[in-house]
Design a protein around this ligand. Structure first.
Ligand SMILES: *[C@@H]1O[C@H](CO)[C@@H](O)[C@H](O)[C@H]1NC(C)=O
Ligand SMILES: *[C@@H]1O[C@H](CO)[C@@H](O)[C@H](O)[C@H]1NC(C)=O
Ligand SMILES: *[C@@H]1O[C@H](CO)[C@@H](O)[C@H](O)[C@H]1NC(C)=O
Ligand SMILES: *[C@@H]1O[C@H](CO)[C@@H](O)[C@H](O)[C@H]1NC(C)=O
Length: 467
């Protein structure tokens, strides 16, 4: 399940005939009028739940409201893909139960008074598919198909409807407001997305493509093209704010331009105070696209040329350690005492001197009282040009405030207490308000189910071991 959220293939052009056509120019004109009214941007608070422990939830999700009347949906927050989709009524293989203890809801466009279909000649469709669709005729629906890193996929058609947003209106206060967005109505799920282990209602892609919710809300003038997450791996949940976070201030590193994901440039890796000696071209030769930052991936994936020296250096501090492999996937060991005093801190250095510090209690996880496993994974994943890719997930992103400033094309972070709050600017009033942490859906069943969840997750990881 782990790499699932990194979309590898987003676009499959396909259109189907729809029974009843609507006159769309009227709808479009309405939208343009609507957009014209929204001049100043607001801050939005997206309530979060879940945690990054591979032996517990292993993912973070948000609660969103869609339709009129609005219904709640739990969706994984994923900075590695570009559309929002939810399981839809009549779907083939959509999960109806979740081992996460959350109640799942199928979205039914027929039961929402504000929903409308999206056709292949509409701007959203042509822009998502980079031009006119071959064979597009009036009344052909705009379809989507996303294939994720583990080979699981979702397919369906786009709909337009209201999304309920929690507009930040005061310190730790919000009020519901509406935005119109286009999202996928899931009709066919395959692989892990069709199973009930860790099932959610869908995935909320926070990528920078025009099709993502952040881009749509920004295009309509509702929000700034900027957001931040603070994933709390200690208490669970955390903070997810859309808009300009003005406090705490964070140091930034530029995004690599024209990439499908959020990529940044790694320069060095430091383990316990020593720089790893790595081949000089490892981070940036030729077409190498840098390091991918992806909240939808649980662990951190490194090519062998980095993974091996990193593990050797980490283990050199514990020469007597007895390693064993669990489920062909994890390197595990018996250890009593504090991992933070037994193992070194790992620091990734990025362009413009931004450092990502990962403590031993973050890069290890406990599966039994005295058995620990390393979260680092040897990726073997190759990008299109054959270079290994570096993929940093929740393992290293948790317990930090991470800011994605799409407008200024940079990413920044700072160590942060994700159970506290951040300050977001509301441009419509000029005010600065606190946005606090949430931990939704943290039912006790989550914790009690820990061991069972672990088993299903390990099986899921096995199935998805990245080619
Ligand atoms: C849609 O409606 C507009 C205005 O109401 C009209 O001018 C246009 O011809 C209609 N288009 C179609 C395809 O019916
Ligand atoms: C994405 O949106 C921007 C701003 O609205 C626009 O300039 C650009 O052409 C769009 N890109 C595509 C591929 O449609
Ligand atoms: C959202 O929009 C619907 C339909 O336009 C409306 O009935 C509802 O009151 C709106 N909700 C909020 C919170 O603005
Ligand atoms: C984090 O913030 C919360 C809320 O302000 C506070 O209760 C908690 O003690 C803080 N944790 C740490 C480690 O400072």
């Amino acid at each position: 399940m782990d790499l699932r959220r990194l979309a590898l293939v987003v676009v499959t052009v396909a259109v189907t005939v729809v029974g009843h056509g609507k006159n769309l120019s009227a709808l479009r004109a309405h939208d343009i009028r609507r957009h014209g009214r929204l001049l100043s941007t607001i801050g939005v608070d997206l309530p979060l739940g879940g945690n990054g422990h591979p032996s517990e939830t292993g993912l973070y999700f948000a609660k969103i409201g869609l339709g009129n009347p609005s219904k709640d949906y739990y969706v994984q927050v994923d900075t590695g893909s570009d559309i929002l989709w939810v399981n839809c009524a009549g779907c083939d293989k959509c999960p109806t139960k979740s081992d996460l203890g959350l109640g799942l809801t199928l979205y039914d466009p027929k039961k929402s008074s504000t929903s409308s279909l999206v056709y292949c000649d509409q701007d959203f469709c042509t822009s998502t598919y980079d031009g006119p669709l071959p064979g597009c005729k009036p009344n052909l629906q705009c379809q989507y198909n996303v294939v994720y890193g583990d080979g699981s996929s979702t397919a369906g058609y786009f709909v337009k409807d209201n999304m309920k947003l929690e507009q930040v209106t005061g310190n730790l206060q919000s009020r519901s407001t509406n935005g119109t967005v286009v999202f996928g109505c899931g009709a066919r799920q395959s692989g892990e997305l069709g199973s009930s282990s860790e099932a959610l209602d869908g995935i909320l892609g926070f990528g920078q493509a025009n099709s993502s919710i952040i881009s749509q809300l920004a295009a309509s003038g509702k929000v700034k093209k900027s957001f931040a997450h603070c994933l709390d791996n200690i208490e669970g949940g955390g903070i997810f704010a859309i808009g300009e976070v003005v406090s705490p201030k964070v140091k930034r590193t530029p995004m690599v331009q024209n990439q499908a994901h959020y990529n940044i440039v790694m320069k060095d890796i430091e383990v316990g105070g020593d720089l790893l000696r790595l081949p000089s071209d490892i981070f940036d030769s030729g077409d190498q696209k840098g390091t991918i930052v992806d909240s939808g991936t649980t662990l951190a994936y490194l090519p062998s040329s980095i993974y091996e020296p990193l593990m050797t250096k980490i283990l050199s501090q514990q020469p007597a350690l007895n390693l064993h492999t669990v489920e062909d996937q994890f390197t595990c060991f018996q250890f009593a005492g504090s991992v933070d005093s037994g193992f070194p801190v790992v620091k990734f250095h990025f362009e413009d001197s931004l450092v990502l510090t990962v403590f031993p209690h973050e890069y290890t996880f406990q599966i039994r009282e005295d058995i620990w496993c390393f979260g680092w994974q040897n990726s073997g994943v190759q990008s299109k040009d054959g270079k290994d890719m570096i993929l940093l997930g929740d393992l290293v992103l948790s317990n930090k405030l991470v800011i994605y400033d799409i407008e200024n094309q940079n990413i920044g972070w700072t160590e942060y207490n994700c159970s506290s709050s951040v300050k977001v600017k509301d441009e419509s009033s000029g005010a600065v308000y606190s946005v606090g942490a949430h931990d939704i859906g943290s039912a006790s069943s989550l914790r009690i189910g820990g061991i069972l969840t672990l088993l299903s997750i390990i099986i899921a990881l096995l199935h998805s071991s990245i080619a």
